[in-house]
Design a protein around this ligand. Structure first.
Ligand SMILES: [Zn+2]
Length: 237
């Protein structure tokens, strides 16, 4: 059974109630969860599942792409059984950093595409830092420095980050996300849109901050040469 993903509707949800659907050794599957699994290039959450006096540490969260189940991996023995009601609590400091770095990653990719035609080819947001791979005809360190400077301007400008759902037909009318919408499998009827006002609009499934000012400041850490036209940048906040 597909787990209902509560974080899609509220990135700021830190606690939630859920029912245990399935237990496999130390793996717990719930009917709904606010825990974000490792997916979409963003690291997983950690936290706790609580039932009465029992406290279970969630050390890893994975998504089963075939079933849509979110798997909470517990450190130690699990005495829960299907039908049990539990409370989930996510480690907020970790999640909030992931949200800030994720929105920062969207800003940098949007600026690089807009001003330098750079295409993002991959990326990963972790707690300490994020990395993104770009394809650029003439990659130059100054381009990335300029992109980070402009992304920081967007942070200072306190831009709202809006999350909403559109039908495929509605989404296709928006210039820029047409390509992404086309890539979505046809069974996906509703697309989750993440819009950083005036800068970026994407179909995206991960948690984000509500306003760019929450990011604070983006710092470029390092640029790695990954080929003639490929560069990997590392940054933090
Ligand atoms: Zn994203």
């Amino acid at each position: 059974m597909q787990t209902k993903l509560l974080y899609l509707y509220d990135s700021y949800l830190r606690e939630f109630e859920a029912e245990v659907v399935k237990i496999e050794e130390n793996k717990v599957i719930l009917n709904q969860t606010a825990f974000h699994p490792l997916t979409g290039g963003v690291a997983n959450d950690t936290g706790y599942l609580l039932k009465d006096n029992e406290k279970y540490r969630v050390i890893d969260v994975k998504l089963n792409k075939e079933t849509g189940e979110v798997i909470h991996i517990i450190d130690g023995e699990v005495k829960l059984k299907p039908g049990d009601k539990v409370k989930g609590v996510i480690d907020w400091d970790r999640r909030y950093r992931l949200m800030k770095l994720h929105t920062a990653a969207h800003l940098i990719a949007a600026v690089l595409y807009r001003d330098y035609n750079a295409l993002i080819t991959g990326g990963h947001v972790d707690v300490e830092k994020a990395k993104e791979d770009f394809n650029l005809e003439k990659p130059d360190r100054r381009i990335f420095e300029d992109a980070v400077r402009k992304a920081n301007e967007a942070v200072k400008n306190k831009l709202p980050v809006k999350i909403y759902f559109l039908t495929r037909e509605e989404a296709m009318k928006i210039p820029g996300i047409v390509k992404l919408a086309e890539r979505m499998p046809p069974e996906v009827k509703k697309l989750r849109i993440v819009e950083i006002e005036g800068v970026d609009i994407q179909a995206d499934g991960g948690p984000h901050v509500k306003n760019t000012e929450e990011i604070g400041e983006i710092k470029l850490l390092k640029i790695e040469n990954k080929g003639r036209t490929k560069r990997r940048i590392y940054f933090t906040i």
